[in-house]
Design a binder for this molecule. Structure first.
Ligand code: GLP
Length: 255
């Protein structure tokens, strides 16, 4: 079953995740990580960057793939996920340019580019560990409720809820793109290991549905229950609606 770790706060959660990322990087000659954007993984990236600076882990051979990208933002837009990945991952870890691929949301041939993205993941030998956040409506990547559980990387329309959630990164709601390119749920499930993080009470209902609810396209995050190797790392707020919280905590202590 899904392993659930309830941390004190986002910083401790970032360290737990950073520890696992460092282990995965050390375990492979050519490690491949799946990177998520959004506010949630920032403490993870900081934790990993500290380990790189302190010589605990060498990321020279590390490459990776981002989960998703907006369609239609001009190249270099600060809120494009290409820019976010460069700022949060590539620069702090000191990765070579091109080490992390992001779906191409500017191409006029977006559908074809999406298929090529899945091919590139396969050509790299697949993702060893995929980081995931979760939207307050249960989306992972940008797979909105109703997404096929077997979906591949493709162009999707963003839901009104997600555009409203992400409006904080833009000047106005109207500036939030209407479409995205996202790895599909089937693509995400092919990673060897999944690590999903969520912080704050606004995520509590989505987390409970993803971890304990039925597996359903109504909560795309619930596909994690189909994966044999998943860890969910939460803070107190995000864990607050789990029905079996005491069980997860006891299991961790007794480990
Ligand atoms: C965003 C991203 C997801 C992210 C989620 C939660 O829209 N596409 O990859 O996991 O929504 O974002 P945040 O971590 O900022 O709450």
């Amino acid at each position: 079953m899904t392993r659930v770790v309830i941390a004190r706060d986002a910083v401790e959660a970032g360290d737990v995740a950073g520890d696992r990322l460092a282990e995965v990087v050390r375990a492979h000659r050519r490690p491949v990580l799946g990177f998520a954007t959004g506010s949630t993984p920032t403490t993870v990236y900081r934790s990993l960057a500290r380990r790189v600076r302190e010589g605990e882990v060498d990321v020279a051979a590390l490459s990776g793939f981002a989960l998703d990208e907006y369609v239609g933002l001009p190249a270099g837009h600060p809120e494009s996920y290409r820019s976010v990945i460069d700022r949060d991952v590539v620069e702090p870890l000191g990765l070579r340019p091109g080490a992390v691929l992001v779906p191409d949301g500017s191409a006029s041939r977006t559908d074809e580019a999406a298929r090529e993205y899945d091919d590139a993941i396969r050509a790299a030998g697949g993702v060893h560990l995929q980081l995931l956040g979760i939207g307050s409506n249960g989306h992972i990547g940008f797979n909105e409720p109703g997404s096929s559980l077997a979906s591949r990387t493709r162009v999707k329309r963003l839901s009104a809820a997600t555009r409203a959630d992400n409006a904080r990164f833009f000047d106005r709601l109207d500036d939030v793109p209407t479409h995205c390119v996202t790895q599909g749920l089937g693509t995400i499930l092919e990673a060897e290991e999944l690590l999903l993080l969520a912080f704050g009470e606004s995520k509590a209902a989505a987390v409970a549905a993803a971890v304990e609810g039925p597996v359903s396209s109504g909560c795309p995050g619930s596909v994690i229950q189909l994966h044999p190797r998943v860890t969910v790392i939460l803070d107190q707020g995000a864990a607050s609606r789990l029905a079996h919280r005491e069980y997860y905590e006891a299991e961790r202590v007794g480990r």
